[in-house]
Design a protein around this ligand. Sequence first.
Ligand SMILES: Cc1ncc(COP(=O)(O)O)c(C=O)c1O
Length: 415
Amino acid sequence: MISIFPKRKFTVFAGENSWKDIWVGLRHFFSLREDARDILAFEDAFSNFVNRTHSVSFGSGRMALYAILKSLGIGPGDEVVIQAFTCNVVPRAIRAIGAKPVYADIDPVTLNMDPESLKSVVTEQTRVVVVQHTFGMPPDMSLINKILGARKDIVVVEDCAHSFKPLAADATLDGRGFAFFSTDHTKPLNTHVGGVACCQSEKDVKLLRQVQKSAKQLSFFRRKQLQLSFLVEAIGHRPSIYPVLRYLLALIAKLDFMFSWPDNHSIADDSGRGGIYGMTPFQARLGIEQLRKADSNMRHRCEAFRALENRFRHYGTEQALPLLRYPVVVEDRRAFYSSLRSELPQSTWFDAPVSGGAAVYEDVLYDLGSCPIAERVSENVVNVSISGKTPLDVCLDPMRTQNADWDKTAGVSAE
Ligand SMILES: Cc1ncc(COP(=O)(O)O)c(C=O)c1O
């Protein structure tokens, strides 16, 4: 049937945002002033929420990671271990500080770092291990600590870009509680773009604050662009409005108007738009609103997790987890997508061991073949967004009924 309305397929599935958040956006957009005290208020509320003593906000998650590395004095000659099956902005932040990213392979079920692989890549030069919570799945810190054993000189930094909470601060070998978060529009809490670095001690936060103080601030025009971009997405990317505005939203995206930090944003080079940035008071105010709704946001994700886990049994756990996205490893990604109900967003995170694939491997020092499990998983994984904009009934029945025998054609590897 020919329809005058575009199909209900979501391209960007912005995170949770209510009309209250939109009101915050409108108020800031039509005002010439912002209240800098909102930044401290957000950081305090964030610390409370994630059970960390200190939180320091930045323009993005990768900038928060860079700030932690800088505060630790990491530089040329140092190695930072990260897992493959990650976003290229993580190794780029490590390269920006002058250190070398070294890749550990992953566990094929949790998609987190494989502790045995970590063991094989740690060297005398290793100064930091970044432990990712892939899609929100908590990593097994006791195994990682066991591997690091006597290496008390190695600092553990949790990459919580996909998760709501870090592990208990004392779960890590060093107990310094370093963690960083992303609050970009695709993440659990949405301030359009943004990031937070957390730590436990006065000494560590002092150094992080120094990096924050030296950060650049967005110009007036860029702040307005950020506010407007947030409003366009928060209003337009709602299930009830998106189908009607789809062409307009596509046009706005094509005009390159929307505010974002490109993957290759040069953190180390201050010239032009490069450099490390602070968060704006508008984003902080949004962050406070997001934290107020975090419990219901997590509840929704737990229910969606249960529904999808019931069907796919990827994790094989009874525990309901507030994941960012639910992954399934399939044999035929295209068959899976064509059988998905149209309400579900159709994008795969990490379809290469480092997002961006071959085009970025040289920049991020990834050797193809070095992490075979991450490479295989990234060829076959699909991951479904389970934000508040994904209705629960869609999670319960994610496939169209005419594709009831999908499992046979596409083949879920777990089951
Ligand atoms: C695993 C992981 N870590 C860190 C980041 C960086 O976050 P940001 O885009 O806010 O810099 C991302 C971004 O998607 C990510 O997926």
